[in-house]
Design a protein around this ligand. Structure first.
Ligand code: ZN
Length: 309
């Protein structure tokens, strides 16, 4: 009898373990919250997802916390933005994780930029004098929803490869996300439509994909060169150019000092707008679609305000 009860308990424990989805879930680590959000969209309850860099942090310079090494060491899949965005912090993390699966070239390493549209691919020789120009093009490509769709598809295909039994599930999740994103895109197009061709200035070159997608024209940057802090002479030139072209809006990432942008805004009688460059970059930007909802509405509200000035 005792043996029988023990056996019953053992069986019950086994059943409980099998029912727990995380037991068989693919452990995904993504370098940013944007990739983490897209992995959750397609992975559903067949994955557990951790994002490393927070959306309000500069993704070029992330402090590699010890907890990151632990997460990467246990990952089945590491998803990276690539195009050298994480060049300053990711390699030591991957090396110290001693996880063979997620080393570059490994089956558990996924560069999310493989099938996206990349802007600003430099032609000709790169020199230090050009600033922090990425030789493989602008790495802030996730800020175009068409690229978000391509990233989701790339992740879906990889998950299906790592967990073939769940392939139909991932396909289904992807199809649902695709539909949701298409509906959101028509909403964003309707909101942004009347502002097509409006000229703005941004701090860093974080927004070419976003601005191109929604038809805004970036005429200058607060940084004199990518990754180089503002200088007095460049700021004076920028103010003159903004006055000449009647530009009133300066878009700034949450992790840059707003002192220079505010001074410029005052000079041109315009406004500084902090936009979310990533999921988690503002408290409203809770997932990939909410990120665009927030940014689109914030840009339009600011354009309406500054156009009245
Ligand atoms: Zn950048």
């Amino acid at each position: 009898m005792r043996v029988f009860i023990r056996l019953m308990l053992f069986t019950a424990a086994l059943v409980a373990m099998a029912a727990r989805p995380s037991a068989a879930a693919v452990r995904v680590v993504a370098t940013t919250e944007d990739l983490a959000s897209l992995a959750r969209e397609v992975g559903g309850d067949k994955v557990t997802v951790v994002g490393l860099a927070k959306g309000y942090q500069d993704p070029h310079f992330v402090d590699p916390k010890p907890s990151f090494i632990l997460e990467v060491s246990r990952a089945d899949l590491l998803i990276v933005v690539g195009r050298e965005l994480e060049i300053g912090w990711l390699t030591p993390l991957i090396t110290s994780s001693r996880n063979a699966k997620i080393q570059p070239g490994g089956n558990g390493y996924l560069d999310a930029s493989a099938n996206v549209r990349i802007l600003e691919i430099p032609t000709g020789q790169l020199t230090r004098a050009m600033g922090d120009v990425h030789p493989q093009g602008n790495p802030h490509y996730w800020l175009d929803p068409a690229n978000g769709r391509r990233i989701a598809q790339t992740i879906k295909d990889k998950l299906g490869q790592l967990s073939p039994a769940d392939r139909a599930y991932f396909d289904q999740r992807y199809a649902e996300f695709d539909k949701k994103l298409a509906a959101a895109e028509s909403r964003w197009d309707a909101t942004m439509g009347p502002f097509k061709g409006t000229k703005i200035v941004t701090y860093h070159r974080s927004w070419p994909n976003f601005m191109e997608r929604f038809g805004l024209d970036v005429i200058g940057y607060v940084e004199p060169k990518p990754g180089i802090p503002p200088t007095t002479s460049h700021t004076i030139d920028l103010i003159a150019e903004m006055k000449k072209q009647g530009v009133k809006l300066i878009v700034v990432e949450p992790y840059f000092d707003s002192k220079t942008p505010l001074a410029i805004g005052k000079q041109v009688g315009g406004e500084v707008l902090v936009l979310a460059p990533s999921v988690g970059g503002s408290k409203e930007a809770t997932d990939y679609i909410a990120l665009f909802d927030y940014d689109v509405n914030a840009v339009v509200a600011a354009l309406k305000r500054t156009m009245g000035k």
